[in-house]
Design a protein around this ligand. Sequence first.
Ligand code: ADP
Length: 261
Amino acid sequence: TCPAGETFAPAHKLSQVRHLVAVMSGKGGVGKSSVSALLATTLSRQGCRVGILDADITGPSIPKLFGIKERVEGSEFGVYIPKSPKLGIYVMSANLFLEREDDPVIWRGPIISNVIRQFWTDVAWGKLDYLIVDLPPGTGDAPLTVMQSLPLDGVIIVSSPQDLAVMVVRKAIRMVAEMKVPILGLVENMTYVTCGKCGQKIFAFGEPQGEKVAAETGVPLLSTLPIDPELSRLGDEGRIEDYTPTGLEELASTLEDRFKS
Ligand code: ADP
């Protein structure tokens, strides 16, 4: 097994990041990137200075969600960081270095790990209250790199009812625990859809599992988000910043306190 937490890479000398929070999921498609983006917009609306480090190097979706099309180039002073159009959230992603946004990134694990580390060490993030790290799905090489080489304050695990097979979430929870990184809690996404006519909640993917998993694992359920076609539409249009309320307002306003407990 890997020695956990031994070599924290120092941040760029122009970075003063107060809290580094990673967003993780057991598998893809549960809404991890959407939750990362919404957590960032919610914190930003509450007055925090926020950035997103897109550690999903081979499947980056953060620039698209925010409609960021600029390309960046590195220099010996670090790299220029694009900002989201509305709230000015700083975003660093492998996609911002590609000539075309649909160019594939075909790199092996060690190179991917290096790029993730460089996003922390070589990017002048400036003064941030929160840097949100959008991890790739699962418990593979890249999440391992982030947990070993970035000084994370905590991890938020995103799941959906159909994915929230206790086993998958337990794997994620156990990995984080083994890495000795604090787990802030779970966000259950796509838990229900609200009927447009009568307002009734329809549990499209079966019974919500969040409470059960929270009780079984002792990891708190932080928020439960509905399926909302509006979120998906705004994400597709690169306007995720326009999605309000996000359902993460309470989580965002209590996040600071959670680092203390
Ligand atoms: P992941 O990062 O886990 O792969 P994404 O955030 O990319 O997942 O979401 C996958 C797809 O599901 C996207 O098209 C996104 O717009 C959609 N989606 C995510 N959460 C919701 C939600 N709560 N309601 C409706 N669509 C959602």
